[in-house]
Design a protein around this ligand. Structure first.
Ligand SMILES: [Zn+2]
Length: 153
């Protein structure tokens, strides 16, 4: 790892947190040269998964793309700080990736991916789930999802 401040290659690891049973972890690092502190995240690379859009267009799975939709769902919650929204979106994105890894698939439709996302969001934050669902699903599809899920969590 190269220090983003000075380019030095050696750091002391201040803190490591492994999340989601080892599927993602982050490290706080302190540069041994300049003392700069920074955080690194490690994720499993899922770019072997193809995401198939409704139009038939195939894209390589992108964590950033998945994250951005989830981030917006959190960010649009009233009084939600964008840092907190990013943190929550990071957690949800990692949980989705864990599901994708567990499925042992190499392709998925955008609709199925959105269903997985909505399912996890519904358990984490109901408002984020509503925000996400009303954006990513056709109204009648989302209405059905809401009815199936109930309003208890
Ligand atoms: Zn440095």
């Amino acid at each position: 790892m190269i220090c983003p401040y000075c380019g030095f290659e050696d750091q002391e690891v201040l803190n490591t947190r492994i999340t989601y049973k080892g599927f993602a972890n982050w490290r706080r690092r302190k540069c041994l040269e300049c003392g700069g502190v920074f955080t690194t995240h490690e994720f499993i690379n899922l770019t072997y998964i193809k995401v198939i859009k409704k139009s038939g267009i195939v894209r390589i799975y992108s964590r950033a793309r998945l994250f951005s939709g989830i981030f917006v769902a959190f960010r649009n919650i009233k009084h939600m700080d964008s840092g907190d929204a990013a943190m929550s979106a990071e957690i949800v994105t990692s949980e989705i990736e864990k599901v994708l890894i567990g499925k042992k698939i190499n392709k998925i439709s955008t609709h199925e991916l959105a269903l997985i996302t909505a399912g996890i969001l519904a358990k984490k934050n109901y408002t984020a789930f509503i925000n996400y669902g009303s954006y990513f699903f056709a109204p009648e599809v989302f209405k059905r999802l809401l009815v199936n899920r109930g309003r208890h969590n």
